[in-house]
Unconditional design. Structure first.
Length: 579
């Protein structure tokens, strides 16, 4: 999701000039074989030397924060746009596009270099293009800047797909969290990118045989699925870093639909999942009206991805921002089912409680059928002391069957893995996903083949579920404002920034410290934003700031902190550590 308030620490809000760009796309390849590079050489859309990249990033406060996290560029970067053949969720031939970022500048930026395969997070607009580094209005621009700063400018060849269903892809839907399709597509994208490298590009770099895989949110699922598929096919993976992904898909779906643990962004995420599996398997519903409220059926099935950003979808009423399930839950007469369908206690899970309202996105009958099946064939990962694997019995619910088919439990990685996320994540449930994989890979965690990192900036264990960090930061804001209610705006926001940053342990530079500084930045920006709109009271500002923290937590805050971790983790292997 891309919401309005952003942490400055996550994105450099600048337009990168297309210095030295202009090489045209090459000769078209008519082959329709998956993995084919469609134009060789691919179009170079921008070229920045190291100093120009540093200067442009350093021209804004947000860019300076990105440089502080990623480090000063060691290399320049050439940005190429490429297209390749692949297949859709039902196996239909299609094509997709992406970005190929190449380091330039000689020395450690030239010759044989490691390849980093990047899988991006959920995108709402069909026009998402991670190669659009010269267009900050494009939804893919922010992740393009992050990948350039953290990896391409540090000497990696970055291969990043837009995915089928986005940008120039003719596929009329996106195979969201379809493990088989997306993993095969990333292998296709890598094959096409390697063909471009082999044909020779202006940067002159070559593939040194090291392959790193990383991705965030949806991309976390794609990255793990790709790692699994590559090792199953006998392909070499040097190391992987899936971040904040929905890995235990069936357990995650059960937590939401059967237990009401609704997350932020659910009105986008959940329809994308259902649409994807309906196209792939064809049995989730006969008509959308079986699943969605009539107010939203058309938008939920046709506008994701589409021409509108998330804010437009919400502000125009095409989708609800928060009301995923009906606050008037049905009384079925089955005590266990009624308890599962009940509105969560807002004092226990405030984020989930926000997901209930009217009119709701999903029909009660659809949710009740799902929950009934989850109670009959439960996922042990949601039971204290239960089996962390999906149930062996096949679910009766078509949606639960589809989720189980795309669940990533049940494999053991051979290459080193770092799992990164945040315990307070209000979008992708960290305990259900990351901690479940940690439990399944306990032996690898013990041997340090698998590392698991929670970037929440606390060492005392107080942050244990979604919503708590917002309460903590909101409380700090209330104290600061109450202590000096008449302070000027700039003075008040500066005091909030300092107080939030000081609250968390003063760790050395690293992921947790980046997260703490990001929380402080969002809190200060939110104070400025809401004060300018007439919100001045301590409690009112605290509430608004808390909501801003939750809106920015999954993206960009956790992603920024996890990128810091991934950069450091991969550098071990680039610098000679044995995988």
């Amino acid at each position: 999701m891309r919401l309005t308030l952003r942490a400055g620490s996550a994105c450099a809000l600048l337009a990168l000039a297309a210095c030295g760009a202009g090489t045209p796309g090459g000769t078209a390849n008519p082959s329709t074989t998956a993995g084919t590079l469609m134009q060789a050489p691919p179009l170079r859309v921008a070229s920045l030397n190291r100093d120009d990249l540093a200067a442009q990033l350093g021209a804004s406060s947000d860019g300076r924060q990105l440089l502080a996290m990623a480090g000063a560029p060691a290399c320049g970067v050439d940005f190429h746009y490429f297209q390749y053949r692949t297949t859709g969720g039902a196996g239909e031939p299609t094509s997709a596009s992406g970005a190929l970022m190449l380091p330039t500048g000689g020395g450690a930026c030239s010759g044989p270099r490691p390849v980093l395969l990047y899988t991006h997070g959920t995108a709402v607009t069909h026009g998402y293009n991670i190669a659009a580094i010269t267009d900050p209005a494009n939804e893919g621009w922010a992740e393009s800047a992050i990948m350039a700063a953290f990896f391409a400018a540090r000497g990696y060849i970055v291969v990043a797909s837009n995915y089928a269903g986005y940008d120039s892809s003719p596929l009329p839907y996106h195979p969201y969290t379809n493990a088989r399709q997306q993993s095969h597509e990333m292998i296709d994208a890598l094959a096409a990118a390697r063909a471009a490298l082999a044909a020779g590009l202006p940067a002159g770099v070559t593939d040194n045989g090291q392959l790193f895989i990383t991705g965030y949110s949806e991309g976390g699922h794609v990255a793990m699925a790709t790692h699994r598929a590559m090792e199953a096919a006998g392909m070499h993976v040097t190391a992987a870093a899936p971040m904040s992904g929905p890995y235990a898909m069936l357990a995650f779906g059960d937590a939401v639909f059967a237990h009401g643990q609704v997350g932020f962004g659910g009105s986008v995420y959940y329809p994308l999942v259902i649409n994807s599996y309906q196209h792939a398997y064809g049995d989730l519903y006969a008509t959308p009206a079986e699943v969605y409220d009539p107010n939203y059926a058309s938008a939920a099935t046709s506008l994701l991805p589409g021409p509108y950003d998330a804010n437009t979808l919400f502000s125009t009423g095409k989708l609800p921002m928060l009301a995923i399930f009906d606050s008037a839950t049905p009384r079925t007469g089955d005590a266990a089912l009624d308890a599962a369908l009940a509105v969560p206690d807002a004092t226990v899970n405030p984020i989930a409680a926000l997901g209930f309202g009217q009119p709701a996105l999903f029909r009660n009958s659809f949710r009740a059928a799902y929950a009934r099946d989850a109670l009959a064939v439960p996922d042990g990962a949601l039971q204290p002391g239960g089996d962390l694997m999906p149930p062996s019995a096949e679910p009766a619910s078509p949606m639960r069957r589809a989720l189980k088919k795309n669940d990533l439990r049940g494999w053991q990685p051979r290459a080193p893995v770092m799992l990164c996320g945040g315990m307070n994540d209000p979008d992708v449930n960290y305990p259900v996903n990351t901690l479940t994989m940690k439990g399944l890979w306990a032996a690898q965690v013990t041997s340090d083949q698998v590392r698991v990192l929670d970037v929440d900036p606390t060492s005392n264990g107080e942050l244990t579920s979604a919503g708590q960090v917002a309460t903590i930061v909101g409380g700090i804001v209330a104290q600061v404002v109450a202590a000096a209610p008449d302070a000027a705006g700039a003075q008040q926001s500066a005091a909030v920034r300092a107080a939030v940053a000081a609250y968390f342990p003063a760790t050395a530079p690293g992921p947790q410290r980046a997260m703490a500084l990001g929380l402080a930045s969002v809190a200060a920006q939110a104070v400025d934003y809401f004060r300018a709109r007439g919100v001045t009271g301590a409690e009112a500002l605290a509430s608004q700031v808390g909501q801003a923290i939750m809106a920015n937590y999954h993206y960009p805050l956790v992603q920024s902190a996890c990128e810091v971790a991934a950069q450091s983790y991969f550098a071990r292997f680039v610098n000679g550590a044995t995988p």
